[in-house]
Design a protein around this ligand. Structure first.
Ligand SMILES: Nc1ncnc2c1ncn2[C@@H]1O[C@H](COP(=O)(O)OP(=O)(O)OP(=O)(O)O)[C@@H](O)[C@H]1O
Ligand SMILES: [Mg+2]
Length: 391
């Protein structure tokens, strides 16, 4: 009996002890759960801030940013990417890459996980639109460890256009240099083969060599002028524009008279320009030189300058051979000549008008041409108000 009471007491004590231990453990785990909930809340708040910051960064980037999931579906697109890819009102998110870009080659580039280029250029709008360069970056975030891809898009249309211009320019220069060099070489070979003994032939050949070397020198000097006009800011100072026009016209008068041309200057002034005097002189010389070169005997050339709506307008008007309409858009390109043979025989390099255009534009001005085939041409330069001296 006593034993039974003792065991009951011990058991009851054990139960009390167990109960109080359980209570303590419960309290403990509740505190831990509370702490974990707090940490989870603060982690979620941090994550939201980071996401917001990432979003602001991505949205403020000038480059287009697309995030793709493993299946190649867009999960994030910044404003620049939506603009570049002409996204509709639904945006790009949840669209597949092909739906977003219409470029199967780009999809292939993204799918290619092996060694290969990390960027790819593609054109949107069916070969007519801008050219975009896509660079891909792979990474995996989150617990799943699933790989994701970030595509950074940059508009390289202008870059590609400049590359083409540079390539064409190098090609044109080589071609222009090759012609006189080939001629000089042919002469040297003919002389080597025995022509050197014929005094008449030697004389003729020597004058051709002089002409061709002059031509090489002209090409080189025009290229330098062009490169200066392109790369340097004009060194501006105030000068009397009418005085400059008078100087140039006087210089051309004897040549014009020899060619049976009347050359007159019409100005209403005073006209003060704030510009690079040397460069403006080059512009006037090139324009008047063309007018004298491309006008037949008996023709008229008028150099006219006046003020119009705050700008100074220069016109070189001739009654010469004129230019067919289809040539006008390309006239200011380097080495472009309507009649190559005629321009060459008169010593032209085809760089004169491109030099004019560069100089005028580097002063913030504008050049225009109006021409009627067989009737004549008018080249107009508008020097903006900012190039005028304030009196
Ligand atoms: N006043 C003009 N009348 C008719 N055609 C012209 C006139 N001015 C220019 N052109 C055409 O435009 C082309 C380009 O002119 P540009 O001055 O650039 O070269 P160029 O006169 O041939 O050689 P240069 O570099 O020695 O001036 C000329 O070859 C000519 O066909
Ligand atoms: Mg010319």
């Amino acid at each position: 009996m006593i034993w039974a009471v003792a065991v009951s007491i011990v058991l009851a004590g054990l139960c009390v002890w167990l109960f109080s231990e359980l209570q303590r453990a419960k309290q403990h785990s509740e505190i831990r759960a509370e702490k974990l909930r707090d940490s989870a809340k603060s982690l979620a708040a941090d994550a939201a801030i980071y996401k917001q910051e990432l979003n602001v960064l991505s949205q403020s980037s000038g480059a287009g940013i697309l995030m793709l999931d493993k299946a190649g579906v867009v999960v994030h697109a910044n404003a620049a990417a939506e603009r570049m890819l002409n996204a509709g009102p639904d945006g790009l998110v949840k669209k597949s890459l092909i739906q977003a870009t219409f470029s199967a080659e780009l999809v292939q580039f993204v799918l290619n996980t092996g060694q290969g280029p990390e960027s790819y250029d593609f054109q949107i709008g069916g070969g007519q639109g801008p050219i975009l360069r896509a660079s891909k970056y792979r990474f995996s975030i989150g617990l799943s460890g699933e790989p994701e891809t970030m595509l950074v898009l940059v508009n390289v249309t202008e870059l590609r256009r400049l590359e083409t211009v540079r390539r064409d320019f190098v090609g044109n220069v080589s071609h222009e240099l090759r012609t006189p060099l080939t001629s000089i070489r042919a002469i040297a070979e003919t002389l080597q083969d025995g022509a050197i003994d014929d005094a008449d032939v030697v004389q003729r050949f020597l004058s051709t060599i002089v002409q061709e070397t002059d031509r090489l020198a002209r090409i080189s000097s025009d290229l330098l002028t062009l490169s200066d006009a392109e790369s340097k800011e004009p060194e501006k100072s105030y000068f009397d524009f009418i005085e400059l026009l008078e100087e140039v016209v006087e210089r051309f008068k004897p040549h014009a008279a020899d060619s049976g041309l009347s050359l007159t200057l019409e100005t209403s002034g005073p006209l003060q320009l704030l510009a690079s005097r040397d460069q403006v002189e080059q512009v006037v010389v090139n324009m008047v030189s063309n007018a004298t070169k491309y006008t037949q005997a008996g023709g008229k050339i008028i150099v006219r300058a006046c003020q119009q709506d705050g700008s100074i307008v220069l016109e070189v008007i001739d009654t010469g051979i004129g230019i067919m309409h289809e040539h006008l858009p390309r006239l200011f390109e380097r080495f472009y000549r309507v009649d190559k043979a005629r321009s060459r025989s008169s010593g032209g390099t085809g760089l004169g008008l491109s030099i004019v255009k560069h100089i005028v534009e580097s002063h913030g001005g504008e050049i225009r041409v109006a021409s009627e085939y067989n009737h004549g041409s008018t080249f107009t330069v508008i020097w903006p108000a900012s190039t005028q001296a304030v009196s």
